[in-house]
Ligand binder design. Structure first.
Ligand SMILES: [Zn+2]
Length: 281
């Protein structure tokens, strides 16, 4: 009887076999499925979609996973993480997670003394240097005008950014979270703001640069150092009105661009004064 049914309904038979395989897969899947509870603190929530912010997340996973993989699977780059507690114990990025683990993830604490735990972030650089991704050309000009050593080229590849940042101990500034998730990256920061002035302010605040701002130190075009030069030495390059109204000049030691304290300077000065004022609040 079974044989004849199989002959009569070969398609149905096939379907049943497939269903069997499928349900075995499901059994295997549910056995191997593990979950952890995960919570991100403070500004790490900026990386999460609104509904996941400041709540306890239950995340399912299979196989062997490090805590770094788990954190980055939620969109939070390891470069922003300074402390991870798994079941109350401070761990490093390579910790293998287990079913039922309770994971808390923190950014750098500004004022809390947590010296007894494992800090995961590289210590801050005394004189921070930056390298910017290809989309941040305007910010590069601002940071250079503020006197910060800032590399930028519109043809840097992601590999260039990572290699130069490691070689020269530069902080990668980017709007692309993906690059900060590369294992090799040690120092990086994901810029939240879109507006260039807000970005410059954000960087000043984040890296506490208020006391390091030094206008007329670097060339906005090429990052070279600029120095004061005599009016005579640049006279032949000046336009009539500039000659007429200005007496103090600066020149880039690298690309030779000439600077003076004209309307550009006034606007930048106004911005910096405002930046410093906001920072002192
Ligand atoms: Zn220059």
């Amino acid at each position: 009887m079974t044989g004849s049914l199989a002959k009569l309904y070969p398609l149905n038979n096939l379907f049943n076999q497939k269903k069997l395989t499928l349900s075995l897969d499901l059994v295997y899947f549910s056995i191997s499925m593990k979950s952890v509870s995960l919570r991100f603190y403070e500004e790490l929530n900026d990386f999460l979609p609104a509904k996941k912010r400041k709540t306890l997340l239950r995340i399912s996973f299979t196989g062997r996973q490090t805590v770094k993989d788990m954190i980055e699977s939620q969109g939070v780059p390891h470069t922003d993480v300074d402390l991870i507690l798994v079941n109350g114990k401070s761990v490093n990025f390579n910790q293998i997670i287990h079913d039922g683990d309770k994971i808390s993830v923190y950014p750098e604490f500004e004022s809390l003394d947590i010296s007894s735990v494992t800090h995961l972030k590289k210590p801050p650089l005394r004189n921070p240097k930056f390298i910017l991704d290809v989309h941040l050309g305007r910010l590069a000009r601002y940071l250079r005008a503020m006197g910060f050593d800032t590399l930028y080229r519109n043809d840097y590849t992601d590999n260039d950014l990572v290699n130069i940042s490691l070689r020269e101990k530069r902080i990668i500034l980017t709007r692309d979270k993906g690059i900060l998730m590369r294992n090799a990256v040690e120092r990086g920061y994901w810029i939240r703001n879109i507006d260039v002035k807000e970005q410059a302010l954000e960087i000043t605040r984040r890296f506490d640069l208020y006391n390091l701002i030094s206008p007329f130190k670097r060339c906005m075009e090429c990052n070279g150092l600029i120095r004061s030069v005599s009016k005579e030495s640049v006279m032949k390059h000046l336009q009539f009105k500039t000659k007429e109204y200005y007496d103090h000049f600066f020149r880039c030691t690298s690309c030779e661009k000439i600077y003076w304290k004209g309307s550009h300077y006034e606007r930048m000065n106004h911005f910096l004064t405002k930046t410093l004022k906001k920072g002192s609040k």
